[in-house]
Design a binder for this molecule. Sequence first.
Ligand code: HEC
Length: 112
Amino acid sequence: MLRAASLAVTLSLAAAPALAQDGGQLFNNQCKICHSGGFMGPNLTGVAGGKVAAGSFNYSPALKAKGGEWTDENLDAFLKGPAAFAPGTKMMMAVPGDENRAAIIAYLKTLK
Ligand code: HEC
């Protein structure tokens, strides 16, 4: 019994990379540490579709000066290369992989 169970776990782990990316899981792994309502980063509830740098956070002048809204395109560009999108931003975390960014953006839209 025990052996069968651990085999099943091994198989599901091995299969994981082939599955579609889970935005919630990516967010928990890569973003939550700074974006869980603490002081490290702004809360991201309602960020998708909202104004850039509109939360209650001590944003960098770079992001505040950027203006505009967090459209899918802007979120994708920011996550692809934060420093390229807003030179001087305090956020350093880039997300490689188009599918990873798409999955994370889809997840951000569920944060309401
Ligand atoms: C090491 C901490 C850290 C990590 C990890 C991090 N961020 Fe950030 N994030 C920040 C900070 C700090 C800012 C504010 C940037 C500024 O003011 O220039 C920010 C800003 C943002 C904004 C703009 C918020 C607004 O109110 O306009 C979005 C969207 C965002 N991050 C998404 C993400 C996503 C998605 C991830 C995971 C892939 C992530 N961040 C990972 C620190 C982090």
